[in-house]
Ligand binder design. Structure first.
Ligand code: AMP
Length: 550
């Protein structure tokens, strides 16, 4: 077990702007590496804290020049490139709230988030620009769009929003920036996540979150000098933003980033080539690695000494496989967008019970409670709850005070997950309490998918549930009632799936579509997704499977 305990006590960062704490502290040492990147064509770039800080400063100056700052929301819609990793702290330095959109989001998913947050500026690239221009008329609050990789000349004349060539603006801006003072309670991130009802909600986090990022990166991930950390998550997901980007920087450590989708042989090659020591990934990716067969590991000389998992249940079987295949200890971590940092985790120094998520991390008081918020005895399934004194706990959902309020019960923050605690204090995950679908470690809201289906002229009614999936934990299944003039066949199923993929994302796209004439409803007319989940299918002969790429 080569993992050693971190040697240095974690610094505290409470009163500083998160991005200032992440970059400026370490920028004086001009050789200290912040980012190691490999691109799709094997291009490589290594960026020091000094250089990254100057890049972030230029971006902060460009945005400040637009009048953007505290009280504003600025989003990125970019690939995983060094530029993106400089824009993230650049936005935070201005005092504006940073939001990150997945680059595989469709126009509707982008519109929902930018519209809800009333974003003032977006940094995007030539690849994503058409999705944004298609919805601009629905984003009256958007004032500035910075485009990486060339601005089409037709857009230069636009007055609202104004389009700017990123490179031109960047090169003209000063690499010195003096971040305005912030209070630890000021907002630094707005991270959209799905719930059971309504469209995705913005989870609002404060700069003080950095304090818990530092302590958990230290206590759980055990990041230390000598590590090259790779969190495979995109910064569009809280894991990629908090642990994949800011946590190592806050400790003055580098991370590795890669712009491409998963490919087992290629990614194993990356682990070897860059001598990654600590990998943070998901059970879905581990299962894809396993599916690729043992050849991808043959003859490799890996420097990996520990591996962490997040986002979905890490069952004992996949944990044991990963331990054997990578030859390192494997630790599960449990938390959520709303908590900002780890809650319950396995970690070096704690005996791992395969199948359990581990124990609460230092500083977290977690319990299992009944519906009235009273703790239940070990072995009893209930709600996983934590004490809300956790400094990284969200400030609330943007514009949804009642939904925020509903997360708190009898002095606890209620995660919305069901689980149980054993006699030794280890937590075991059971399921979500709501209708949210967990697919490849992402939360997918059934309502968003149903709304996307209803935009197709054939659809009268739709209900969406999660179905167990051996690779991705769950996949999306849609029950649709279509107008009689449409043939309920495989062609229509593929078309409906395609419309969801285009509007939302590939992950939200249903893998199964079942045509039906009626949906089970309550007396008040609400569709009973629970009943659909328990039967799985109303009529198996009307189910159409949709291949992943269709
Ligand atoms: P997100 O906010 O998108 O990161 O999703 C958080 C949700 O993912 C949690 O509320 C759980 O439902 C699920 N989740 C996260 N980590 C784990 C884990 N280690 N085991 C089981 N479920 C998890």
């Amino acid at each position: 077990m080569p993992t050693t305990l971190a040697k240095n006590p974690p610094p505290t960062v409470t009163t500083e702007n998160l991005a200032v704490a992440a970059l400026e502290r370490h920028a004086a040492d001009r050789t200290r590496v912040a980012l190691v990147w490999e691109g799709p064509q094997g291009e490589r770039e290594t960026v020091t804290f000094h250089d990254l800080n100057r890049r972030a400063n230029r971006i902060a100056n460009v945005l400040t020049g637009f009048g953007v700052g505290r009280g504003d929301r600025v989003f990125t819609l970019l690939e995983r490139t060094p530029t993106h990793y400089a824009v993230l702290p650049g936005v935070v330095k201005t005092g504006a709230a940073l939001g990150v959109l997945f680059s595989d989001f469709g126009a509707e998913a982008i519109r929902q988030r930018l519209g809800d947050a009333e974003a003032r500026a977006v940094v995007t690239d030539a690849f994503n620009l058409p999705k944004l221009t298609a919805i601009l008329h629905e984003l009256p609050r958007l004032e500035h769009v910075l485009v990486v990789g060339g601005l089409p000349s037709a857009l230069r004349a636009s007055r609202r929003p104004r389009f700017h060539d990123f490179t031109e603006a960047f090169e003209q801006a000063s690499p010195e920036f003096f971040a305005p003072e912030i209070s630890p309670n000021d907002t630094c991130f707005i991270i959209y996540t799905s719930g059971t009802t309504g469209l995705p909600k913005g989870v609002v986090h404060r700069h003080a979150l950095g304090e818990r990022l530092v302590s958990t990166a230290h206590d759980v991930l055990k990041l230390d000098s000598g590590d090259l950390f790779w969190c495979t998550a995109d910064p569009g997901w809280v894991t990629g933003l908090c642990y994949g980007t800011f946590a190592p920087w806050l400790l003055g450590l580098p991370f590795f980033a890669h712009g491409c989708d998963f490919d087992a042989a290629r990614w194993t090659g990356l682990l070897e080539r860059h001598q990654i020591t600590c990998l943070y990934t998901t059970p879905t990716l581990l299962r894809q690695w396993r599916k690729a067969g043992p050849d991808v590991f043959a003859g490799r000389s890996l420097a990996l000494n520990r591996l962490y998992s997040v986002g979905e249940p890490l069952n004992a079987e996949i944990l044991r496989w990963a331990e054997a295949a990578f030859g390192v200890p494997v630790f599960d971590t449990y938390w959520q967008t709303e908590t900002g940092t780890h809650l319950i985790a396995n970690r070096p120094g704690l005996k791992v019970k395969p199948g359990s998520m581990g124990c609460p991390v230092p500083g977290v008081e977690a319990a299992v409670a009944d519906e009235s918020g009273r703790e239940v005895i070990p072995g009893t399934v209930g709600s996983i709850v934590i004490r809300p004194s956790l400094i990284s706990l969200f400030k609330g959902y943007w514009n949804f005070p009642e939904t925020t309020q509903a997360c708190f019960r009898n002095g606890w923050y209620v995660t919305g997950d069901r689980g149980w605690r054993d006699e030794d204090g280890y937590f075991h995950f059971v399921a979500r309490e709501d209708d949210v679908i967990t697919c490849a470690a992402q939360r997918i809201g059934p309502f968003e998918v149903e709304s996307a289906l209803l935009r197709h002229p054939a659809v009268i009614e739709a209900a969406v549930i999660g179905v167990d999936d051996p690779l991705t934990t769950q996949h999306v299944k849609a029950f649709v009632h279509v107008r009689t003039e449409y043939a309920s066949d495989g062609e229509l199923a593929a078309e409906l799936a395609g419309t969801v993929r285009e509007q939302l994302s590939p992950l939200a796209c249903p893998r199964e579509i079942e045509f039906c004439d009626d949906l089970p409803k309550t007396r008040t007319g609400k569709i009973q997704r629970g009943q659909l989940r328990s039967v799985g299918a109303l009529d198996q002969t009307r189910v159409f499977l949709v291949p992943a790429e269709s």
